[in-house]
Every structure is written in structure tokens, then in C-alpha cells.
Design a protein. Sequence first.
Length: 159
Amino acid sequence: MSGDSQGYKVVLGVIGADCHAVGNRILTSVLTQGGIEVVNLGVMVSQDEFIDCARAEQAGAILVSSIYGHGELDCQDFRARCEERGLGDIVLYVGGNLVIGKQEFAAVEAQFRDMGFDRVFRPTVDLAEVIALLKSDIDQRRPAGLRNSRALPAERLSA
Ligand code: B12
């Protein structure tokens, strides 16, 4: 794996009042090694902090972690907030221990997909798979002429 970001830039953080920091550091390290530039906001990040950063950095995706079990509450209306702030088409991923206790992952996945997340990951996900999906999803959201470039559609920048 190379460390060259090839124009793939993401904003990463742990949402809400969640202070679990270890997975966040691992994600940053593995994604960076996998050719993705990571702007890491660390822990206890609000929805607007993710969105402000994604706009300022012209990122192709927001990656939300939630480990302490309050993901549903913290992520509520995240996609709608992105839309309000001009990032309606941004790739939105969420992963971690999203709900309290043990629940069927398929149900959790369906719940977060309904909330507007493009992909939902369990804690044991293979991060090599995440890297491949991320590159493909970011490419698909870009206009053809801008594939593998950092530039975003002009309408996003003016919102
Ligand atoms: C260490 C730890 C703590 C430490 C955190 C220290 C720190 N600063 O990091 C302390 C003691 C502070 C703590 C506190 C709490 N904790 Co705690 N903690 C843990 C513990 C033991 C390990 C977490 C860890 O580091 N895992 C290792 C990393 C590598 O794994 P990870 O975080 O899951 O991240 C990986 C994946 O989830 C995935 N991933 C994560 N996000 C994303 C996002 C995307 C997009 C993708 C693709 C993948 C992905 O990739 C990561 C890297 O591999 C876990 C139990 C466990 N074995 O997991 C409990 C655990 C997470 N804690 C738990 C709880 C409940 C709490 C508290 C609420 C307890 C309390 N009552 O106070 C508080 C919350 C405090 C807060 N405000 O956040 C529960 C959560 C339960 C749930 N979700 O249902 C767990 C699971 C323990 C349990 N079995 O009950 N905790």
C-alpha cells in the first residue's frame, strides 16, 4: 500500500460525547497507508464540526465513528444537516459499536442506511475493504472530468 493520497480526502472523527480514541487512531493510520488523506478531528466531534471541516477541506467523504452506543442519537439528521449546508452529495460512512448492547447487525445497518448513511460498518470490518469501497464511492460521486482530482462541483463550494 502506498501513502500517496491520489486525491482521496476524508474527514474522520468520533461523534458526540464519545471519547474512545484508539480506533480513531488506527483508522487514521490504516487509511493513510492505503492512499487516503485523512483530516482527523479526534474525539467528541459535533455534526457541524464534521461538516465545517469537510467544506473547508473539500473532502470527498465524512467518516463517523461511534463507539459508546449512542450513535443513533448523535447521528440523527446528519444527512439532512449535510444537505442544508451544501454537502448533500458527500459520501457518508458510519462505523463502530453503533447501538447499546448486542443487536442484529442487519437491523442496525438498515436503521443507519435509513438515516442517510451510504455505508454502515461493524467493528470487525476489514479496513482494506473499507479503503477500496471509499475510493470507489468517492469516484462515483465526482463528475467524470474530476475523477481522481480534489476539486468538487462548484455548487458545493458556494453553499
Ligand atoms: C478502552 C475503553 C474505554 C476507555 C476509552 C479510553 C480512550 N480514550 O480511548 C474509557 C475507560 C474512557 C471508556 C469509557 C466508556 N466506555 Co468504553 N470501552 C473501552 C474498550 C475496553 C476498548 C475500546 C477500544 O479501544 N477498542 C479498540 C479499537 C481498535 O476498536 P474500536 O474502538 O471498536 O474501533 C475499530 C472499529 O470499531 C472500527 N470503526 C470504528 N469507527 C469506525 C468508523 C468507520 C467509518 C469504519 C469503517 C470503521 C470504524 O474500526 C476501528 C479500528 O479497527 C471497549 C470494549 C472493547 N473491547 O471494544 C469499551 C466499550 C467501547 N465502552 C463502552 C462503554 C459503555 C463506555 C462508557 C459509556 C462506560 C461508562 N458507563 O462510563 C464510557 C463512555 C465514555 C465516553 N464519554 O465516551 C461499551 C460500549 C457499549 C455499546 N456500544 O453498546 C464497550 C463496548 C464496553 C462494553 N462491552 O460494554 N471506555
